[in-house]
Design a protein around this ligand. Structure first.
Ligand SMILES: *[C@@H]1O[C@H](CO)[C@@H](O)[C@H](O)[C@H]1NC(C)=O
Ligand SMILES: *[C@@H]1O[C@H](CO)[C@@H](O)[C@H](O)[C@H]1NC(C)=O
Length: 252
């Protein structure tokens, strides 16, 4: 009898390991699908996930969001340069600080249609990157390559996520296929270094022009920023939702 104990505890360990591997980790709180306060529950789950999203969740293959790192953002042809030449701009080694300070203002879940409405805010974002571009936006020539620094305050993101319940290896999971993003930036400052090979007069004049025409610039850059954000969120959200079943996130 006593001789059996070690093997029994090994067995329990194995079972325990298997179960924890298959069920939600403690930092993701499930929400009862029949709960009258379902929206509040999902909102709390998302808020509670903040420290984990900040650092990243390696076991789910989710990278840290603060700092958030994007190796490359390529803009080609979305804004026309003068004389019909397409704009070309590339940002590399993009580092965003502050995304981990998100606040969820409002969250509404439609479990039947798999639509999530999320309104969130970021009090302060700081961006560092390298840029390489040859473009004309609002008649302002932008040509050069070098470092870029920007910061933004009171950024609002109103998001609608569209998904479906899909079968993955025999179990039902939520997967999102598209996202509508409405980004609104309260205010920002941006500085492009080394425009026109660093000509100081041009550099200062152009940086001043960019910061003086904020509303127009934001309108031009908004679709690009929204696409980038949507791609990033969809990819990482689907990693989390493919790992666990609908039943685990939303038990009866
Ligand atoms: C998010 O904000 C937009 C714009 O203010 C609003 O129309 C929408 O109803 C909000 N969504 C939710 C879920 O409150
Ligand atoms: C935001 O950027 C501007 C311009 O580069 C800079 O002067 C300012 O110090 C920055 N603000 C913060 C809080 O980092």
């Amino acid at each position: 009898m006593i001789a059996m104990l070690p093997s029994l505890s090994v067995c329990l360990l194995v079972i325990n390991f298997c179960l924890t591997d298959a069920t939600l980790p403690s930092y993701i709180k499930p929400c009862k699908r029949t709960d009258a306060g379902l929206n509040e529950c999902v909102k709390r789950t998302f808020e509670d996930l903040r420290p984990h999203l900040k650092q990243g969740i390696p076991e789910l293959n989710v990278p840290p969001i603060d700092p958030l790192f994007l190796p490359e953002i390529v803009v080609a042809g979305s804004v026309e340069k003068g004389r019909g030449q397409p704009l070309r701009a590339v940002a590399t080694n993009v580092k965003v600080l502050g995304a981990g300070d998100y606040k969820v203002q409002k969250l509404v879940v439609d479990l039947k249609k798999t639509i999530y409405y999320v309104n969130m805010t970021f009090p302060f974002l700081k961006i560092e990157a390298n840029y390489d571009m040859d473009a004309k936006i609002l008649n302002i020539p932008l040509k050069g390559r070098g470092p870029l620094k920007a910061n933004a305050t009171n950024v609002r993101a109103n998001i609608v996520l569209h998904g479906a319940k899909v079968k993955i290896e025999g179990t039902t999971h939520i997967q999102f296929h598209s996202m509508e993003t409405d980004l609104r930036i309260g205010d920002y400052k941006i500085r492009l270094f080394n425009l026109f090979n660093g000509d100081p007069t041009l550099n200062n004049a152009i940086n001043a022009a960019i910061n003086e025409n904020k509303q127009e610039f934001m309108k031009t850059l908004k679709p690009l920023a929204e696409d980038t954000v949507a791609k990033y969120i969809l990819e990482n959200l689907n990693k989390i939702f493919s790992k666990f079943t609908f039943e685990e996130f939303f038990p009866k």
